[in-house]
Every structure is written in C-alpha cells, then in structure tokens.
Design a protein around this ligand. Structure first.
Ligand code: ADP
Length: 262
C-alpha cells in the first residue's frame, strides 16, 4: 500500500486529507522487470558460450582444409569460399567475444592485465589488421615521440581496433587519421574519420550498451556493443573517452591517466 496525506487549512488547520493506494500491481511489474533484466544478462552469458564452441570447431576444420589444399593443385573457387567462411567465422567470433565482454562487465569480472609497453608500437601493429580488411581506405598515423604506458595492452588494442573499425565503417571511404600524444603526464589517443558523423543529440548516448545511431539501417551491420565495451575498458584504466563530431568529421578520443604513463 502507498499512503499519502496532506494537511487542510480552511483557513485554520482542519485536519488531513489522505489516500491509500494499492500498488501491488506496480510492485509486481517492477519485480517482473528486474527478473527480465536478470534473465537477459543470463541469456548473454549462455548464448555466448553456446555459440563459441561450434565456431571454434568451424574455424579449426577450415584451417585443416586450407592446409590440405596447399598440397595438391587446388580448385580455384574452393579457396575463395574458404576465405569467405573464415571471414564469417572471424565476424561471429567478434560478436561472441563482445557478448562475453558485456557479460563480464555486467558481473564485474572484466579483468585487466597491465604491463609496460610502447603505445606507438601497439598502434603501428594494429593498423595493418584494419588495412587488410579495407585495403581501399588509407590510415595515417601521427605521433610526437615514443610513449611508454602501463596498461592492459590487449584491451587497449581492442579499443583502438574498435575505433579504427568504426572509422572505416562509417568513414565513407575517406582517409582515417590516428594520433597519439602527451598532455602533461596524460596520454591522448584519437581516431578521426571524414564520414557521416553523429548528430549532436545522439553523441551523449553513443557509449550506451546496444545504442546505434542508424538503428534500423541495413546498410551498417553491428550490435552497438563495441563502444560500450571501449568505454568500460577505458573507465577501468581510470581514463576518459569521448567523441567530437560534425558531418564530415568525427574524432573519437581516449586518455590514459598519469598513473598509466611510465
Ligand atoms: P556497431 O557495432 O553498431 O558499430 P559501436 O558500439 O561500435 O557498435 O557503435 C555504436 C554506434 O555508434 C554505431 O552503430 C554507429 O551508429 C555510431 N558510430 C560509431 N562510430 C562512428 C563513426 N566513426 N561515425 C559515425 N557513427 C559512428
């Protein structure tokens, strides 16, 4: 029950007027919402584990076939199908890994494994992976000297690859620019593209889980998981992440704080 009462002045105090409302239904609805949210989290955890096993098998089988084809003279078409299948398997693995990361974030189990590494080296090693997928897009890298940081290299690479992937995907085929630099003791990393941009009213929500600007678009695939994970990884490093965007120019940036910079 929800009780409420208000004093009555007429003009002197003449008592209270009150109401008692049965809120059983609202309470039940609230409980149902919480249960649904719990189930959804559970679903992500189960679905990602269930999906990962067959994908691993597909990838292993394809690799065996690929090795076998190296021996005799292979059918010209077979190879292109294998490449296609491998690409799809890699895509599925990416989705599953994202779902697993979301599940880890939800349960507070996203672990960091920090070490000392050279940031520009990591950037230079990451660019070819994206360039290979999209050979027509040029990716330029600008930096002002070597930067040694203490962070989870694999996770920082994951953030960078995600931002680069988006810059190419939404970048209208235009060149992409990666920059690293130091502001005080803090390290700054940014990725700029010259594509469709993000409307101002959507920019604040861009790092939310499952948020997509072009929600119903068939043109761009994706689940809206990447930036949410990036934001969590940077938050866990006590850094900041953000976006500055107008049509024709979008810059995603993130920082690593003093403590992470050697
Ligand atoms: P997705 O897999 O959908 O790309 P992300 O979490 O990486 O998921 O991005 C969320 C959404 O933000 C995207 O669906 C897209 O609408 C928008 N977005 C991300 N990067 C860019 C960019 N560089 N330019 C324009 N829009 C972008």
């Amino acid at each position: 029950m929800l009780d409420s009462a208000q004093p009555l002045f007429n003009p002197d105090f003449s008592g209270y007027i009150g109401a008692m409302t049965d809120i059983t239904e609202q309470e039940l609805a609230q409980q149902a919402i919480e249960e649904l949210a719990r189930k959804k989290d559970e679903f992500f955890s189960i679905a990602s584990h269930e999906l990962k096993t067959p994908i691993t098998t597909i990838k292993a089988s394809l690799q065996v076939i690929q090795r076998m084809l190296d021996q005799p003279v292979p059918e010209p078409q077979t190879m292109s199908f294998i490449t296609k299948a491998n690409k799809q398997a890699a895509k599925l693995t990416g989705i599953v890994n994202d779902l697993l990361d979301i599940s880890r974030i939800q349960s507070g189990q996203l672990q960091l494994d920090p070490s000392l590494f050279l940031l520009n080296e990591l950037v230079q090693e990451s660019i070819p992976a994206i360039a290979m997928k999209s050979p027509d897009v040029s990716i330029r890298f600008e930096h002002s000297g070597e930067l040694q940081v203490f962070a989870d290299a694999a996770r920082i690479e994951q953030v960078l690859l995600n931002l680069l992937d988006n810059a190419v995907k939404y970048g209208a085929g235009q060149p992409v620019l990666v920059r690293t630099g130091k502001v005080g003791k803090q390290v700054n990393i940014s990725v700029t593209d010259h594509g469709i941009g993000i409307p101002p009213d959507k920019q604040a929500r861009i790092f939310e889980r499952f948020f997509r600007v072009h929600e119903n678009s068939q043109h761009y695939s994706g689940l809206g998981t990447g930036l949410f994970i990036c934001a969590e990884i940077i938050r866990r490093h006590n850094g900041e992440i953000g976006v500055v965007s107008k049509p024709g120019e979008t810059t995603f940036w993130f920082t690593l704080p003093d403590a992470a910079v050697a």
